[in-house]
Each structure stands twice: as C-alpha cells, then as structure tokens.
Ligand binder design. Structure first.
Ligand SMILES: [Cu+2]
Length: 112
C-alpha cells in the first residue's frame, strides 16, 4: 500500500489532523457558549451572527491574538490550533459577551 502510493507520486505527509469544525451561532451571546476540544487538534470555529447588535460585530480571542468581524448572516471561519490545555475565553469586541474554549490534554483528560 505504502509502496503503491509512492509509485503513484503520492508523498505521505506528517499527519496533521483535519480541522474539526464547530459552528457557533451569535445571537446576543454565543451558542454553544462552551466549546471543548483537545490540545493539538486543529479547530475551525465557524461563527454566524444572526443578530444586528453592534456589540457582537467583532469576536476576539485574546490569548490567540485573533479577532474577526462578523457581518450578519455570513459564516466566518476562525482557525485555531490550541497546543496547551486550559480554558480560553473569547469575547465580543467590547468584552461584554463571552464564550469559553476548553482545551483538554491530548489524552482527553481535562487537566494534567
Ligand atoms: Cu459586546
């Protein structure tokens, strides 16, 4: 199997898992408000804002140094690769609304 792959010109890559997609609906808050994942698992959080509040127009992941503008009615993906177990908040641009990203150890345990 491996040799056949090489003969076909397929170069095996060091396996990075596919991003796990989680949809988060934004409606004067985040639904779900808590996302649980594992360290080392690439995450694609897909935000969709269904309200018209100025408040929810931006989402911020302070620890990851990431933020995004959320136009109403559009899917906005944010790709993250959490490598350390912990609990990370994400908030609206003004820090009034928040959700949590809970990252377990790679063995699925909550904390080491
Ligand atoms: Cu806000």
């Amino acid at each position: 199997m491996f040799l056949q792959s090489i003969r076909r010109g397929f170069v095996p890559q060091a396996s990075t898992p596919e991003p796990r997609e989680v949809r988060i609906r934004v409606r004067a808050g985040y639904e779900p408000g808590t996302v649980v994942s594992r360290a080392g698992q690439p995450l694609r959080l897909i935000f969709r804002r269904e309200d018209q509040l100025v408040c929810t127009e931006e989402v911020v992941f302070p620890f990851f140094g990431r933020s995004a503008t959320l136009p109403a009615g559009e899917d906005v993906p944010i790709d993250l690769l959490p490598t350390e177990p912990g609990v990370y908040a994400f908030t609206c641009g003004w820090g009034m609304l928040s959700g949590l990203l809970v990252v377990t150890g790679e063995d699925g345990r909550r904390f080491r």
